[in-house]
Design a protein around this ligand. Structure first.
Ligand code: 2PG
Ligand code: MG
Length: 412
C-alpha cells in the first residue's frame, strides 16, 4: 500500500513530433510512475479527445490547479483515481481535461503502485496467476492517414506470425518479413526511397492491390505459406474514405468510389484472396450492419472494430448485440482512463470478443501497453515492427516473457 505524495506534468513530444504530456506520480515519496501520452492520426468520431481544444498546456494547467485532489490517494486504487478525474470532467469524451491526462494519470498511478508492491504492472492490473503472450501484429506497409500521396488508400498492411511458438520467434519472423519486403519493393521500383509511414511500415508508391501482392510475396520469399506460419492483416481504416454526404467510400489515390455494398465486396475479396487473419474497420465507424455481414461471412478472420468500438464499453455492447465484430481493438487513450479501458476489456472477454491491445500512430517510447495487453488477455499486441517507439513495446514483451507467470502464446 502506498499513498500518492506528488503528481506533476510536463510538455514533451511524440514520435510524430507533436506536443504531448508526460505525468509523474510518486507514492510514499519514492515510487515513481511515469507515463507519456500517445495520439492517433485516424481518430474515431466517438473516442476521447486528447486535449481540451487541442491544447496540451491546458491539460497541464488543470492538473496543476487540482493536483491536491490526488495527494493522499492510494496509488493502487484505480477506481478512486478515476473518480477524481471524473470529478473534474464528467463529459462523455474527456473534452474538459483531455483523454491524454486521464490516460497518463491512471497508468502512472498504477505503475507507481507496482513499484511499491515490487511487481510488474501487468500483475497489479490482473489477479490472474498465469498469462499467455499476445502475438505481435506489425505494420509492414503503410498508407492512408499514416503516409503521403501515392501510397495506398488502405492505412495498414499488417503481419502476424501465427505459427510461432515463442514471442521471440514471432518478433524475429515479423522483422524478417519487414526486411524482405524492402528487397521486394526495391526490385519493383529501383527508385524506392525506403520511405516509411508513421508506424514504421514501408510507404511505397503503390496502389492497394499491388501493395497487398508485394506483401504476400515477401512472406512467400522467406519460405512461409501465407496463412500458415505467417498471416496478413489489414487495417482498412474505412472511416477515412467514407464520405457522409455522398454516402460513398472515396478511394482518391486509386481513383474509384465504393457504395456501401461495393465496400463489403471489396473488403471480402481482400480477406479471401489474401487469407487475412485480421481485418480491422473494413467499413466505416457507424456501419454496424455492414460489419455484421463480414463477421458472419468470415468466422475464422478476426473481424475487428477500432473506430467502430473506440474502446467504449457501451458501443461495444451495441456491436455485440448486432454481431458486428468478433474482435476489438483496445487503446486506452480512446477510452480515456485505464479504468474505462479495463471495464471495456471485461465486457469483451465475457462475450468472446478477441482483444487486440494497440499502439497509436503518434507514440512515446513507453512500453506500458505490453503489460496492458497481458493483463487484458489480449490475443494480439498491435505495436509495429521497427522504430524505437515500436520496438520498445516488443522488447518489453520479450523481457516479460522471462517471467515464469507467462506460459506460451495466446490462442487466436
Ligand atoms: C489505428 C491506429 C494505430 P491511429 O487506426 O488502428 O495503428 O492509428 O493511432 O492513427 O488512429
Ligand atoms: Mg485502426
Amino acid at each position: 500500500m502506498s499513498k500518492i505524495t506528488s503528481i506533476e506534468g510536463r510538455l514533451l513530444y511524440n514520435s510524430r513530433g507533436s506536443k504531448t504530456i508526460e505525468i509523474d506520480i510518486i507514492s510514499d515519496n519514492k515510487f515513481l510512475g511515469r507515463v507519456c501520452a500517445p495520439s492517433g492520426a485516424s481518430v474515431g468520431k466517438y473516442e476521447a479527445v486528447s486535449f481540451p481544444n487541442g491544447n496540451p498546456e491546458e491539460s497541464l494547467r488543470i492538473l496543476k490547479e487540482y493536483s491536491q485532489k490526488f495527494i493522499g490517494l492510494e496509488a493502487s486504487d484505480l477506481k478512486s483515481i478515476h473518480d477524481t478525474l471524473r470529478s473534474l470532467d464528467d463529459s462523455s469524451n474527456y473534452s474538459n481535461i483531455g483523454g491524454a491526462l486521464a490516460f497518463s494519470v491512471t497508468i502512472a498511478s498504477m505503475e507507481s503502485a507496482s513499484r511499491a508492491l515490487n511487481q510488474p504492472l501487468y500483475q497489479t492490473l490482473s489477479s490472474r496467476s498465469s498469462f499467455t503472450c499476445p502475438f505481435p501484429l506489425g505494420n509492414i506497409l503503410g498508407g492512408g492517414a499514416h503516409a503521403g500521396p501515392g501510397t495506398p488508400d488502405i492505412q495498414e498492411i499488417l503481419i502476424c506470425a501465427i505459427g510461432s511458438k515463442t514471442i521471440r520467434e514471432a518478433v524475429e519472423t515479423n522483422l524478417s518479413v519487414h526486411k524482405e519486403l524492402r528487397n521486394v519493393l526495391e526490385k519493383e521500383d529501383p527508385n524506392f526511397t525506403n520511405g516509411r509511414g508513421d508506424e514504421g511500415g514501408w510507404a511505397p508508391k503503390l496502389n492497394n492491390e499491388k501493395a497487398l501482392e508485394v506483401s504476400a510475396i515477401a512472406i512467400e520469399n522467406l519460405g512461409f505459406t501465407l496463412g500458415k506460419e505467417v498471416s496478413l492483416g489489414v487495417d482498412f481504416a474505412s472511416s477515412t474514405q467514407w464520405d457522409e454526404k455522398k454516402q460513398k467510400y472515396l478511394y482518391e489515390r486509386a481513383g474509384f468510389e465504393n457504395s456501401p455494398d461495393k465496400q463489403i465486396e471489396f473488403a471480402a475479396k481482400i480477406i479471401e484472396k489474401y487469407k487475412l487473419v485480421y481485418a480491422e474497420d473494413a467499413v466505416h465507424e457507424e456501419a454496424f450492419e455492414d460489419m455484421a455481414e463480414l463477421t458472419k461471412k468470415f468466422p475464422k478472420t478476426m473481424v475487428t472494430g477500432d473506430d467502430l468500438t473506440v474502446t467504449n464499453k457501451n458501443i461495444l455492447k451495441k456491436a455485440i448485440e448486432s454481431k458486428s465484430c468478433n474482435a476489438s481493438i483496445l487503446k486506452v487513450n480512446q477510452a480515456g482512463s485505464l479504468y474505462d479501458a479495463l471495464e471495456f476489456a471485461e465486457v469483451a472477454n465475457k462475450n468472446n470478443i478477441k482483444l487486440i491491445t494497440s499502439h497509436r500512430s503518434g507514440e512515446s517510447v513507453d512500453s506500458h501497453i505490453a503489460h496492458i495487453g497481458l493483463a487484458t488477455q489480449s490475443k494480439m499486441l498491435k505495436v509495429g515492427i521497427v522504430g524505437g517507439e515500436r520496438v520498445a513495446k516488443l522488447n518489453e514483451l520479450l523481457r516479460l516473457s522471462e517471467h515464469g507467470l507467462i506460459c506460451g502464446m495466446a490462442e487466436i
